[in-house]
Design a protein around this ligand. Structure first.
Ligand SMILES: [Zn+2]
Length: 129
């Protein structure tokens, strides 16, 4: 179920944004209820509802962007944890002169760096929306 988007997505002149049933109307629009049906149910014009879909779309884009950014942040935190563990393992491997394990740590570190670079590029994509 879609949540109400609150004052941030409201347009001062939009009769739908200012309608007391705006959350319910937004959910119905997302569910694909025809504009004419909604207009009749809520005493609104179909053209006002049509204009309002732009406000709703804008808000959905913002929410998607926030969800993407929070997903990326969580991923970066996991990478950071991996880097810490790899570093710890690498130091132990060096102390015990385990060249094979040291080399494995370095190879994995390169993979983590490569992933970081990919995430950096995806952040660039998000920023250019
Ligand atoms: Zn609106």
């Amino acid at each position: 179920m879609a949540k109400h988007f609150g004052p941030a997505h409201q347009s001062a002149r939009c009769t739908v944004c200012n309608h007391p049933s705006c959350p319910e109307i937004d959910r119905a629009l997302i569910d694909g209820v025809p504009l004419r049906t909604l207009a009749a149910t809520h005493g609104l014009s179909a053209s006002a509802l049509c204009r309002h879909t732009r406000h709703l779309r804008h808000q959905l884009v913002i929410q998607q962007r926030q969800a993407d950014q929070s997903h990326v942040s969580a991923f970066l935190e996991k990478l950071e944890l991996l880097e810490v563990r790899l570093d710890r393992l690498f130091r132990k491997a060096e102390e015990s002169r385990s060249l094979h394990v040291s080399l494995g740590c370095l190879q994995e570190s390169i993979r983590v760096l490569s992933l970081r670079e990919k995430v950096r590029h995806s952040l660039g994509g998000l920023a250019s929306w």
